[in-house]
Design a protein around this ligand. Structure first.
Ligand code: C5P
Length: 302
């Protein structure tokens, strides 16, 4: 039972004030990208988690791993104890990169396991379990392009008429999401960093399908905080635009930078030039939007 699951970037990320539960209210436009992870689950006498691929050595495989927590959450939901399953994750999404890789693995695990256990759960029911695991887990189930509110877990699909072409620049080290949110709170206590405006123009640009229009509107309130913690990102962002991208943005809480390009060919050129510019660890090209977690055989969840 193998499920492929997309990464995400945020085309627009507006962060509200800190809530009493420690989260921030968000308004965000999620966009699922073809850069993906694959998760296989199988019945096993010796339960556990194995991780390989991009950045695997940095991922803890203990009970705190979000994919394993997904196993336990689904087991609890259907009243199973002591789940005898093995979860194998092949990573393409950078670890702690701001592209929701851990959330993607949790979403894929829910889909794969619910099929392995022949549970007749639809995507909406899985999304409720997903929301208890993390703010970005429900989006990884649905994919596409969506407006997220609340912690980011309340989703409404957004019409997107076009395939957009992206270059991703991975950094040498990840950033912790809570520390980036904390840095934004600190910047806001000590000053008044600019805030992104309404998401409405982004939604219009997506409907028009014009990457040049969308490029003008990319915005992320967490970018200033990520750049404050990782000042080199400023240089990376500049280098992508100098290499021919229409615009660049920090993805989510960073440090991965996402560059929107006019077409697939330009994306390949920008990726090659950025990789050689010494401003990042490596680059990838990707396109979006793509669907959420689904079986590699192409079968969809109901
Ligand atoms: O939901 P998730 O586990 O991905 O969130 C990780 C951390 O990111 C939270 O503990 C919180 O510090 C921060 N966060 C936030 N507001 C959100 C989402 C995440 O402050 N809407």
């Amino acid at each position: 039972m193998t499920v492929r699951v997309p990464s995400k970037i945020n085309l627009h990320l507006s962060v509200g004030d800190l809530r009493e539960d420690g989260f921030h209210d968000l308004t965000t436009v999620f966009h699922a990208l073809s850069l993906s992870d694959e998760v296989t689950v199988a019945v096993a006498e010796e339960p556990g988690l194995e991780i390989s691929g991009e950045g695997a050595e940095d991922v803890p495989t203990g009970p705190d791993n979000l994919a394993w927590r997904a196993v336990e959450a689904l087991a609890a939901h259907v009243g199973r104890t002591d789940p005898k399953v093995r979860v194998v994750v092949r990573k393409g999404i950078p670890v702690a990169g701001g592209m929701a890789g851990g959330s993607a693995d949790a979403a894929a695990t829910l889909v794969a396991l619910s099929s392995l256990w022949k549970l007749d759960l639809g995507r909406d029911e899985l999304a409720e379990i997903a929301a208890t695991l993390g703010s970005d887990v429900p989006f990884a189930l649905y994919g596409g392009t969506a407006l997220g509110t609340g912690r980011g877990e309340q989703l409404v699909p957004v019409l997107s008429r076009h395939t957009f072409h992206w270059v991703l620049a991975f950094d040498h080290e990840g950033l912790s999401t809570p520390s980036v949110f904390g840095e934004l709170d600190r910047l806001r206590e000590n000053g008044n960093p600019p805030r992104v405006g309404s998401h409405a123009p982004v939604v219009e640009a997506l409907a028009s399908g014009d990457p040049r229009q969308l490029a003008l509107l990319l915005g992320n309130d967490l970018q200033a905080a990520a750049v404050s913690l990782r000042p080199g990102l400023r240089r990376t962002l500049r280098a992508g635009v100098n290499a021919g991208a229409l615009a660049g943005t920090v993805s989510g809480s960073g440090p991965t930078c996402a560059f929107l390009c006019a077409d697939a060919e330009t994306a390949l050129e920008v990726a090659a030039e950025l990789a050689g510019a010494g401003v990042c660890r490596t680059t990838r090209v990707a396109h979006g939007p793509v669907p959420g977690a689904r079986f590699v055989t192409g079968d969809d969840v109901r």
